[in-house]
Design a protein around this ligand. Structure first.
Ligand code: OSB
Ligand code: MG
Length: 367
């Protein structure tokens, strides 16, 4: 495939409600979209980097800069999605930026071939069960109202964001109100250290599916130690940036579950590699999210349909995030989202909505 040019488009998407985690509060999503144009096709990639480097070292301005200055110039004249990864290998890090470029190329390639993301990746079902990630709230009653609303919408699994001072009490309150049957898990976004093991062990009483990323990003060894001190299964998010990290974490005993976020690990091809590795080792995986628009969501839902994704993901419906999505909205039906079946991502940005939310565009011709 010959790429004739790439558009970098920034969009501003207000969230329906502030989303608070242990690392910050998000009120709007500043998203970088990459559109790859070829003579007979085009493809979209959504960069999941956030405005500030708080979840990981990447941030939107930095992603745009590394794409225009280093990633696009490194691509060969003729390239497919596998070739993107090979060409970008010498450039260290910047996985979210790389993932956006690779996804756009893959989308263009699949649209040209008439094949869907789901079929290409190896989806084993046509719909996926959905969980929802619930931010830290100002009070327990406010949290219970939010959880109730999501359960009414049909979500089959609730994830509570936690941090020191907001952990055992919210979990206890949610269990008391909604019962022991509901699928419940927590995500600390690296807010604890190993000395907090006794506090984290108090969560053992609540039958949680998992605790996600309790310790720092580079604390693989400490996670392995923590796993011996708590009964709740440990799931890693931030710590896993590649299949190599996943292999190391599994052999160390640092986790028994992995949250696969394609942006964090450099794209959907690496996501499939981690899926395959985990499946071979009996490690459950689920699809994480980064508050994506419909473009990123389409690809995530396709990935979440692979056979090793045995736990519900953070693949929520569009309205959990945005009043107006840039694609036709993803809507829950019976707690599930349908895997798109059209060519490539199977969804398109709605031109009028896209124009309305765009804050800048840049066209980069490729000769
Ligand atoms: O840690 O999983 C996370 C959102 C932004 C950054 C990190 C995380 C999250 C979420 C929300 O938990 C997942 C989603 O619904 O997209
Ligand atoms: Mg997480």
């Amino acid at each position: 495939m010959k790429i004739t040019g790439v558009e970098l488009r920034r969009i501003a998407m207000p969230l329906v409600a502030p989303f608070r985690t242990s690392f910050g509060t998000e009120t709007a999503r500043d998203v970088l979209l990459v559109r790859v144009v070829t003579p007979d096709s085009e493809g979209w990639g959504e960069c999941v980097a956030m405005s500030e480097p708080l979840y990981s070292s990447e941030y939107v301005d930095g992603a745009a800069e590394v794409i225009r200055r280093f990633l696009l110039p490194a691509l060969p004249r003729e390239v497919d999605a596998y070739g993107v990864g090979r060409a970008l290998e010498p450039i260290k890090g910047h996985r979210m930026a790389k993932a956006a470029v690779e996804t756009a190329v893959l989308d263009a390639q699949l649209r040209a071939a008439g094949e869907s993301f789901g079929r290409f990746l190896g989806a084993a079902r046509d719909r996926v069960p959905c969980g929802v990630s619930v931010g830290i709230m100002d009070s327990i009653p406010q949290l219970l109202d939010a959880v109730e609303g999501y359960l009414d919408e049909g979500y089959v699994r609730i994830k509570l964001k936690i941090e020191p001072g907001w952990d055992v009490e919210p979990v206890r309150a949610v269990r008391e109100r909604f019962g022991d049957q509901m699928l419940l898990q927590v995500d600390a976004n690296a807010a604890y250290t190993l000395v907090d093991a006794p506090q984290l062990a108090k969560l053992d009483d609540f039958g949680l599916l998992l605790i996600e990323q309790p310790l720092a990003n580079d604390d693989l060894v400490q996670h392995a130690q923590l796993a011996k001190l708590v009964r709740t299964p440990i799931c890693l998010d931030e710590s896993i940036e590649s299949a190599e990290h996943a292999a190391a974490a599994i052999s160390l005993g640092a986790c028994s579950i992995i949250n696969i976020k394609p942006g964090r690990i450099g794209g959907y091809l690496e996501a499939r590699r981690i899926h395959d590795l985990c499946r071979a080792h009996g490690v459950a995986v689920w699809c994480g999210g980064m508050l994506e628009t419909g473009l990123g969501r389409a690809a995530n839902v396709a990935l979440a349909a692979l056979p090793g994704f045995t736990l519900p993901g953070d693949t929520s419906g569009s309205r959990r995030y945005y009043e107006t999505d840039i694609t036709e909205p993803f809507e829950l039906s019976d707690g599930h989202l349908a895997v798109p079946t059209g060519p490539g991502l199977g969804v398109e940005p709605l031109p009028s909505v896209l124009e309305e939310v765009t804050t800048s565009t840049e066209w980069i011709p490729i000769d």
